[in-house]
Design a protein around this ligand. Structure first.
Ligand code: KIV
Ligand code: ZN
Length: 522
């Protein structure tokens, strides 16, 4: 049996297990379409991620399909699927992973007193039996099996050690002790790994893994502490996406190990120069904006505002920069092209920004670039990224915005005349509303009737200046599920219409790919 961490000649290599497509997608409103998931999986593979957790195959037919597609397509990384400790879950997971070059089944069960008593309603001895039977069943399908003790950090240590020993005996090759509720502290988590590895007699037969949630803002610190305690796999997500406050952010873990190699002598296989691009892609497809002051990938992460800092930077960048923007793939904001730039130059620029579009997508993006260059004096890298991300997200949409005319101002009622393309049918409606955005949303509702509730409407500017593109996020919820759509355009109202329609398209896909009656063009 080989394992990425064991295979390395350097014993201090840390394996990166990315769960953006599973734990990240569980974040309310962060759902992705199949095409978006494939786009993210391709980039994770390029980044050098060792294991991509692609989803939870038993959860829905859509999840099953996306795990199978990712498994079929990924070239280098191991593809993992999640399964509860049940035969049905594990068999379905194995089926989804059938075409993977390297497959891992990740099975889990809760081990803490509170979870066993209230959630599982099982006695500890029954849980122990399930640990053995679930890992055994998974091992009958694949050689690479990860077992997780859900709520591991609130589990009694003696019981945790018995579970870990049982899982390894049954054939688990990776043991994950998650901090499911973001409760632990760095000192405690490091000690936990040391203790479990010391007390479990067969602990040397498996790789130990950290999986931390950020409820107290400690996910990255706890993950690094777990590594110090002997874990050699870190489970994380791009932008720290994930349940509640999220998971440990991959970019922060990777750059902490790189920048403070003196204090943390471990390395990963991640190509850090792709971290910014990965952050932007995940933000675009989930429509989750990245906090401006977010470490590593936030817009202000390398900005120096005060005079004293700027003066220091001009004299020597080491005065205020512990890593270079280039090391994480940030290029200086630059004027890219004007309206006279050709298709060839456009394609080259996109390549430089890390995009490799197919012919049709390239042509569509080029048309939008020409339109943008006509309307906006300076077109920056950020403008192109917003435009192309928008194109990727909308390429397979059922509903598209074709035209919009708005009457706004002090004299109400404000109105919007909107034309949509709904599965090839061109439909128009004029609606009024309490302000132009309300009028647009009412027009969309009339053309594509639905019961979804608007949960969030948010606008931000992509670059500076009054002609900057607006990036709008809209979150809709229906039957307890929420989705977020995003739209970009120099006209805030057009961006708003695009964002609402993008969210609606995601809802249609969430309903199971069948186009419901209510969505027929009227
Ligand atoms: O947070 C958690 O415990 C999980 C497990 C399924 C690994 O996500
Ligand atoms: Zn989790």
């Amino acid at each position: 049996m080989t394992h990425p961490a064991n295979g390395s000649t350097n014993s201090e290599r840390v394996v990166i297990f990315d769960t953006t497509l599973r734990d990240g997608e569980q974040s309310p409103g962060a759902s992705m379409t199949l095409e978006e998931k494939l786009e993210v999986a391709d980039l994770l593979d390029l980044l050098g991620v060792d294991i991509i957790e692609a989803g939870f195959p038993i959860a829905s037919p859509g999840d099953f399909e996306s795990v199978s597609e990712v498994a079929r397509r990924v070239k280098n990384a191991t593809v993992a699927g999640l399964a509860r400790a049940s035969e049905k879950d594990i068999d379905r997971c194995a089926e989804a992973l059938r075409e993977a070059k390297r497959a891992r089944i990740h099975t889990f069960i809760s081990t803490s007193p509170v979870h066993m008593k209230y959630k599982l309603q099982m006695e500890p001895e029954r849980v122990l039996e399930l640990v053995a039977s679930s890992v055994t069943r998974a091992r009958n399908h694949v050689a690479d099996v990860e077992w997780s003790a859900e709520d591991g950090t609130r589990t009694e240590i003696d019981f945790l050690c018995r579970c870990v020993e049982t899982a390894i005996k049954a054939g688990a090759t990776t043991i994950n002790i998650p901090d499911t509720v973001g409760y632990t502290t760095p000192t405690e988590y490091e000690a936990l790994f040391r203790m479990v590895r010391e007390r479990v007699p067969n602990s040397d037969k498996a790789i130990f893994s950290v999986h931390c949630h950020d409820d107290l803002g400690l996910a990255v610190a706890n993950s690094l502490a777990g590594v110090r305690g002997g874990a050699r796999q870190v489970e994380c997500t791009i932008n720290g996406l994930g349940e509640r406050a999220g998971n440990a952010a991959m970019e922060e873990v990777v750059m902490a190990l790189k920048t403070r190699h003196d204090a943390l002598p471990y390395h990963t296989n991640i190509d850090a120069k792709l971290l910014t691009r990965a952050s932007k892609l995940v933000s675009a497809v989930t429509s989750f904006p990245v906090q401006y002051n977010k470490a590593i990938v936030g817009r202000n992460a390398f900005a120096h505002e005060s005079g004293i800092h700027q003066d220091g930077m001009l004299k020597n960048t080491h005065t205020y920069e512990i890593m270079t923007p280039e090391s994480v793939g940030v290029s200086k904001t630059s004027l890219v092209m004007g309206k006279h730039s050709g298709r060839h130059a456009f394609r080259e620029k996109l390549k430089e920004l890390g995009y490799d579009l197919g012919e049709n997508a390239l042509q569509d993006a080029f048309n939008r670039f020409k339109d943008l260059a006509d309307r906006k004096k300076f077109v920056y890298d950020e403008d192109l990224i917003a435009l192309v991300d928008d194109e990727i997200v909308t390429a397979h949409d059922h509903i598209k915005v074709l035209a919009l005319m708005v009457m706004a101002g002090t004299q109400g009622p404000q109105s919007a005349a909107l034309t949509l393309d709904i599965d090839g049918d061109k439909v128009t409606h004029q609606a009024t509303g309490n302000g132009p955005v309300d009028a647009i949303f009412n027009a969309i509702k009339a053309l594509a009737p639905h019961e979804a509730t608007l949960e969030l409407y948010q606008v931000h500017a992509v670059t500076e200046g009054t002609d900057a593109q607006a990036e709008v996020s809209v979150r809709l919820s229906e039957d307890g599920k929420s989705v977020t759509g995003r739209g970009a355009d120099p006209d805030t109202l057009v961006a708003s219409a695009r964002a609402y329609v993008s969210a609606l398209n995601k809802l249609i896909l969430k309903r199971g790919r069948a186009k419901p009656e209510a969505m027929q063009a009227v």
